[in-house]
Design a protein around this ligand. Structure first.
Ligand code: FAD
Length: 470
């Protein structure tokens, strides 16, 4: 085993998600001896039951939809069938490959991987409860808690992974059911809606807020609701879930719609996608005196220090945006601070939001409503994909690129994309905002033709009142 054999390290990290494992590698690069304690699979939620396996399934869903629409590409095939089974198997293989990759990186960087459940046990100490029930105590001057989050389990919608699935249960199905009701229309709910609808399931989505993807710009939510409805999904926003009665082969769900009218639907399965809660119980926070907020998220400062000297926290367990890249950035800020190498802090106003459904949705910065509420003198540039040759050639013209510009300094206040490869293109705005570019600079930088990136420069031009191709 690499690391110190006497159980003393410079740094102990509890949890190996994208927060913990990246922090471990960066700390090792900086010369620290590091132990990473993990109770389940290396890679955390993201690699095993989150970002990566969902994207594998969404890739399969995209292929299915392309093939359904294949005749125009000359794919003529009779009696074609679509089967979730192989796609699910592939998604597990992809997750497995990524998990093994973390193990390899740990070995390469001499990070000690300790299997077991970690909890704070006095100053500079972590107790590790191993699978067989043995416990050992390891020590370090610095301890990072990176224990992540888990699905919120509503008492009226108890997750059993049989009839009522969490996102993890939804990832393990090898057959697309005939009917599925999804409670919650955030990114996770909408990604699974896309996957299951693509494989032939009749999908109903109910969302308590007044629009789907409620964190996105209102125009994005409206367009996505239209697109999903056109694909045959039944969507109820402003709806109140009331009850789920589990029968032997089905679930009877009652909810009220935005007009207050009651609906009852009998469906094969229900997916509960109503948010996530932090894994902050039972890790010794109380005894150590580490403060949490009223929802259990650990309170940290700008370099991820908790109120207890030597104890830090990163990733989902600290709240803010529950996203892998946010967790990773916090991990790097934290260990560079510990090693005395200033990386700066995390810019929470420049965290991109991505939903990998079809068409994809991505955004960064302020929504139009937020920009106006903050009192900016706003100018909006919106460019539809129908004006971009590459999008037309690819046959994916639904959606737009929307740029929100502050007239005074031409600052990029926000960017919102619905359309092909939106989740890749948003990075251009993230870099632009990071470098404090103006909207003019986005357009002056030459974009290759024909590419989807021309949608970015055209939207910048639109925000300046001079788009060319519309
Ligand atoms: P986690 O990934 O939750 O990892 C925490 C780890 O700590 C786990 O492995 C856990 O077993 C371990 N652990 C917990 N307690 C202990 C303990 N006491 N001792 C030892 N180990 C412990 N984010 C994106 O950015 N993009 C996406 O596309 C995306 N898609 C998602 C899809 C789904 C279905 C889900 C559920 C989430 C998705 N997310 C996505 C969110 C992303 O997965 C999380 O934000 C990210 O995993 C958080 O990383 P983390 O390191 O904080 O914790």
């Amino acid at each position: 085993m690499a690391g110190k054999s006497d159980g003393r390290f410079d740094l102990i990290i509890v949890g190996s998600g994208p927060g913990g494992y990246v922090a471990a590698i960066r700390a090792a690069q900086l010369g620290l001896s590091v132990a990473c304690v993990e109770t389940e699979a290396l890679g955390g939620v993201c690699l095993n039951v989150g970002c990566i396996p969902t994207k594998a399934l969404l890739t399969s869903a995209l292929v299915v939809n392309e093939v359904r629409d294949g005749e125009k590409h000359g794919i003529v095939s009779k009696d074609i069938t679509f089967d979730l089974g192989p796609a699910q198997v592939r998604s597990r293989e992809v997750a497995d490959q990524m998990r093994k990759g973390v193990g390899h990186l740990f070995r390469k960087n001499k990070v000690t991987h300790l299997e077991g459940f970690g909890r704070l046990k006095g100053k500079g100490k972590v107790e590790v409860e191993e699978v067989e029930g043995n416990t050992r105590t390891i020590e370090a001057a610095h301890i990072i808690l990176a224990t992540g989050s888990r699905p919120r389990d509503l008492p009226v919608l108890g997750i059993d992974e049989d009839r009522i699935w969490s996102s993890s249960g939804a990832l393990m199905q090898v057959e697309a059911p005939q009917t599925l009701l999804i409670v919650g229309a955030g990114a996770i709910g909408m990604e699974f809606a896309d996957v299951y609808a693509s494989f032939g399931t009749e999908v109903t989505v109910i969302e308590a807020l007044d629009r789907i993807l409620p964190l996105e710009d209102a125009e994005v939510s409206q367009l996505m609701e239209r697109i999903y409805s056109k694909r045959g999904m039944e969507i109820h926003t402003g709806a109140r879930f009331q009850n789920a009665e589990i029968g032997s082969n089905s679930v009877e769900v009652t909810f009220t719609d935005k007009k207050g009218e009651s609906h009852t639907q009998v469906v094969d399965y229900v997916l509960s996608a109503v948010g996530r809660v932090p894994n902050s119980e039972d890790i010794g926070l109380d005894a150590a005196g580490v403060k949490v907020d009223d929802r259990g998220f650990i309170l940290v400062d700008e370099v991820m220090r908790t109120n207890v000297p030597g104890v830090y926290a990163i990733g989902d367990v600290t709240g803010n945006q529950l996203l892998a890249h946010k967790a990773t950035h916090e991990g790097i800020v934290c260990v560079e601070h510990i090693a005395g190498q200033g990386h700066g802090t995390v810019d929470y106003s420049n965290v991109p939001n991505c939903t990998y459904c079809h068409p994809e949705v991505a955004s960064v910065g302020l929504t139009e409503e937020e920009a106006r509420d903050k009192g900016y003198d706003v100018e909006i540039g919106k460019f539809p994909w129908i004006g971009v040759g590459r999008a037309v050639a690819a046959g994916h013209t639904e959606g737009f690129v929307k740029v929100i510009r502050d007239r005074k300094y031409s600052e990029i206040l926000g960017a919102h994309i619905v359309g092909p490869h939106a989740t890749e293109l948003i990075a251009e705005f993230v870099v632009g905002r990071h470098l404090e570019s103006t909207v003019e600079e986005l357009e002056k930088a030459m974009h290759p033709h024909p590419t989807l990136s021309e949608g970015v420069s055209e939207a910048a031009l639109a925000a300046l009142g001079r788009a060319i191709h519309i």
